[in-house]
Design a protein around this ligand. Structure first.
Ligand code: HEM
Length: 129
């Protein structure tokens, strides 16, 4: 599980930096918010989840860990695609608003589930918390 999260994070970093380079080269910083979220929600959060699996969850492959992985990946992919379409003025906010709201909630649920997995992992290890 750790490698899957880290690989997905690195892929988001490459996509985010490509968008950043495009913004810098074109002097059109319209996708600033999208770039920032690709780098932070896509790259940094995914990488941190990979570190959690490596350091504390011991690559837990339980149903809950698998569900958490896919909830994060689907939530982030939909949210970042929605932001790209919104800040690129490809699709109106009226259309994207419910999609961005639902995908943001999904990413948030992914964070809650990782917290549950982390707390549960304490029970499996001798550490008190
Ligand atoms: C090739 C590397 C990168 C390039 C070319 C790049 C380019 C840019 C550009 C052009 C902006 C818009 C600046 C503005 O309009 O104020 C920006 C903003 C931002 N970048 Fe990057 N970036 C790169 C890497 C990163 C990395 C590694 C991260 C974080 C892990 C990151 C996070 C952000 C954030 C959070 C903002 C928003 C800052 C704000 O709200 O003012 N970027 N970047």
């Amino acid at each position: 599980m750790d490698r899957k999260f880290v690989l997905s994070g690195l892929i988001y970093a490459m996509i985010g930096m490509s968008l950043g380079i495009y913004m810098a080269a074109s002097k059109d910083h319209g996708e600033l918010v999208t770039h920032a979220h690709i780098m932070l929600a896509g790259f940094v959060v995914s990488f941190i989840y990979g570190l959690c699996h490596k350091l504390w969850l011991h690559n837990d492959t339980s149903l809950l860990a698998t569900v958490q992985f896919y909830i994060h990946q689907i939530g982030v992919a939909v949210m970042l695609s929605g932001l790209f379409l919104l800040y690129g003025h490809f699709v109106s906010l009226e259309v994207l608003d419910p999609i961005l709201a639902l995908s943001s909630m999904t990413v948030f649920v992914g964070m809650i589930l990782m917290t549950v997995l982390f707390v549960k992992s304490a029970k499996n290890s001798e550490s008190d918390f």
